[in-house]
Write a protein that binds this ligand. Structure first.
Ligand SMILES: [Zn+2]
Ligand SMILES: [Zn+2]
Length: 131
């Protein structure tokens, strides 16, 4: 047995035998229990819910709820609403609402245009160097 066979659990920091997961078997059990609680709650609710509502009603820590959503596990099964990272509007997919996504895309497009249009931009030097 070598140390390379072990890693620290991302949740409780305990050493455990390396598996496909980042967390130890004990924490996987906790996560499964949390998932079951959330699933039960959403099923009985019968409508869209929010992360805060889930936390309040199931007692599951927000970080677990968010992580399950990040892994796509909760979103694929249930409609859950959460705040847009920029304006706080409730959304149920992605990181930003459609309005903020549009704004971000617009900004990126402008930045690309500006860098392409700049006569003293690095592209000019590259072009002359290649010729
Ligand atoms: Zn653990
Ligand atoms: Zn937004």
């Amino acid at each position: 047995m070598s140390w390379e066979q072990f890693k620290n659990c991302a949740d409780c920091r305990k050493l455990f035998m390396k598996t496909y997961y980042d967390i130890c078997p004990a924490c996987i059990k906790v996560e499964e229990d949390n998932y079951a609680k959330i699933r039960e709650f959403l099923r009985s609710l019968g409508r869209k819910s929010t992360v805060d509502e889930i936390v309040e009603n199931t007692g599951v820590a927000k970080k677990y709820v968010v992580r399950m959503m990040d892994s796509g596990r909760l979103l694929s099964d249930f409609a859950i609403e959460y705040s847009c990272a920029m304006c706080g509007t409730l959304i149920s997919a992605g990181r930003l609402c459609s309005k903020c996504t549009g704004q971000v895309n617009e900004q990126v497009r402008k930045m690309e245009e500006e860098s392409a249009a700049g006569p003293r931009g690095p592209q000019v030097h590259v072009k002359t160097a290649v010729k």
